[in-house]
Design a protein around this ligand. Structure first.
Ligand SMILES: [Zn+2]
Length: 225
């Protein structure tokens, strides 16, 4: 696809269908020409356009909806997205990457920070956010109002992909947790087997979170709307 031909290619909003645009990781690359266009590890694809608009998180993360949701681009500086319903499918489905404008801004910024501070490290992996209008999202009890995101643990073998307590990079994951806390995350769920620390009540141990961080931002305009 011609869009892959130059480093300055811009991925159009709404045009990111699997198969039409190969993933920069190479997972979806289907031919040699596309492989040749893959950037080196120190290069990053140009930022995809984000259709910014004001958003409102309604109700709660466990029973809520999302008005004016903004979609996270399938990939961007310092991050890729993955679909948690499959062993290693990238990017995540268009329907599972919606959040408040505040969450999307935070994630784009987090990716840029990661690329800046760890230019030779694998990118961050962002999983599910919310559905376009919020509400229930399969696999999750929460993720209903555009304030939640799952982030894979960075791995110590320098590879992207699913991590576990045996191969995650404790030091870099702690850096990530510290950054999220400093940025005002309201809640970070970590698995029982992970050696991570953080403020009581913010960093919380929770079953089934040994391969990712579940991160919740505070609702920018408060709760109860
Ligand atoms: Zn989650």
């Amino acid at each position: 696809m011609a869009l892959l031909g130059t480093a300055s290619a811009v991925v159009p909003q709404g045009g990111e269908t699997r198969g039409a645009i190969a993933d920069w990781t190479g997972f979806d690359l289907g031919n040699a020409a596309a492989a040749a266009a893959r950037p080196q590890a120190t290069e990053w694809p140009a930022a995809a356009a984000v259709a910014w608009r004001p958003s409102t998180a309604r109700g709660s993360a466990n029973a809520g909806r999302l008005d004016g949701g903004v979609r996270l681009p399938a990939r961007g500086q310092g991050y890729y997205t993955y679909d948690p319903r499959f062993p290693d499918r990238r990017p995540n489905d268009d329907a599972r990457r919606w959040g408040t404008d505040a969450l999307i801004r935070e994630l784009v910024g987090l990716g840029a920070w990661w690329a800046r501070t760890h230019p030779r490290q694998p990118r961050l992996g962002f999983g599910d956010l919310s559905a376009r209008s919020g509400g229930s999202l399969d696999l999750h009890h929460s993720h209903e109002n555009g304030l939640d995101v799952d982030i894979r643990l960075p791995r110590k073998d320098g590879r992207e992909g699913r991590a576990n307590p045996g191969n995650y990079d404790r030091e870099r994951t702690q850096e990530l947790v510290d950054r999220l806390v400093a940025r005002g995350a309201e809640l970070i769920l970590i698995g029982p087997s992970l050696d991570l620390v953080g403020p009581r009540g913010v960093v919380v141990r929770w079953p089934a979170h040994d391969d990712h961080l579940h991160v919740r931002l505070p609702d920018p305009d408060g709760r109860g709307n």
